[in-house]
Design a protein around this ligand. Sequence first.
Ligand code: NAD
Ligand code: BDP
Length: 255
Amino acid sequence: MVKSVLVTGAAGRIGTCLTEGLPEYGHTLRLLDREPLDHPAFETIRGDVTDPEVLERAMEGVGAVVHLAGVPSTSAPWERVMPANIEGTYQVFEAARRAGVERVVFASSNHAAGFVRRQESVPADVAVAPDSLYGVSKAFGEALGRFYTDRYGMRVAALRIGTFAPRPPLPRALSTWLSPGDMVRLAHACLTSPDLTYAAVWGVSANTRNWWDHAAGRALGYEPQDDAEAYASELPELSPDDPEYAWLGGRVVEA
Ligand SMILES: NC(=O)c1ccc[n+]([C@@H]2O[C@H](COP(=O)([O-])OP(=O)(O)OC[C@H]3O[C@@H](n4cnc5c(N)ncnc54)[C@H](O)[C@@H]3O)[C@@H](O)[C@H]2O)c1
Ligand SMILES: O=C(O)[C@H]1O[C@@H](O)[C@H](O)[C@@H](O)[C@@H]1O
């Protein structure tokens, strides 16, 4: 029997994109969110990722997890970050281990390393330097992933996603944009690469103004195809010296 891919946070922006796009690559999905979900073909589970019983049910017959559920806000206070992003991420890895799930693709963020000075070709495994409590929670998830690889042999990809959106919403996103199509390509590569053990990978498109080194993603078979430059005329042109560009995390470092 073909094992399915559990997508947590499936009702969200990236979850909706992957629900639409991953089946074209042959994946059978199971969708989990605390918000209501409905799908004509895939099993849906409504529940919280902090609940081990929900996760035990969700992990049955699953070969891989794409863990997206969490608070995505760089300004979220600890009271919101801690349950969803810290406790929830631990419970997801632990439930996956108990169920014998081989692979977890974790939605980390560029904000795990947002306090790194902006420069050219930053490697995907640059040391964590979170720019917010949200960034700290993503660094925690990465550390957890690394532990589950080293201790239990789980294959884990931590996606340091830039700015996921249908089109680049801000000047900074001319460098940090991840298109929906490339999000699907990246997830598929991480779900199928035989070479994955543990890897941090930038989640970014083939942007002309990219700051991030694509090598780690390419090593897993991710070939980004979209370029934010196609939308550059729609956005104001900022000086390269603008404070927005001082750090990888942009203005978040000042918040
Ligand atoms: N959108 C981006 O640009 C971006 C960039 C970097 C990282 N990420 C990460 O990717 C993931 C998805 O982001 P998104 O933009 O789709 O966010 P989103 O808010 O649209 O989706 C998150 C989903 O997770 C669900 N959720 C939250 N807490 C939950 C819980 N405790 N139990 C069950 N479900 C829960 C929400 O109901 C929501 O449907 C997040 O972890 C986010 O931090 C997003
Ligand atoms: O850096 C970015 O643009 C994005 O980073 C992600 O981690 C956040 O979830 C999203 O809200 C930000 O817009």
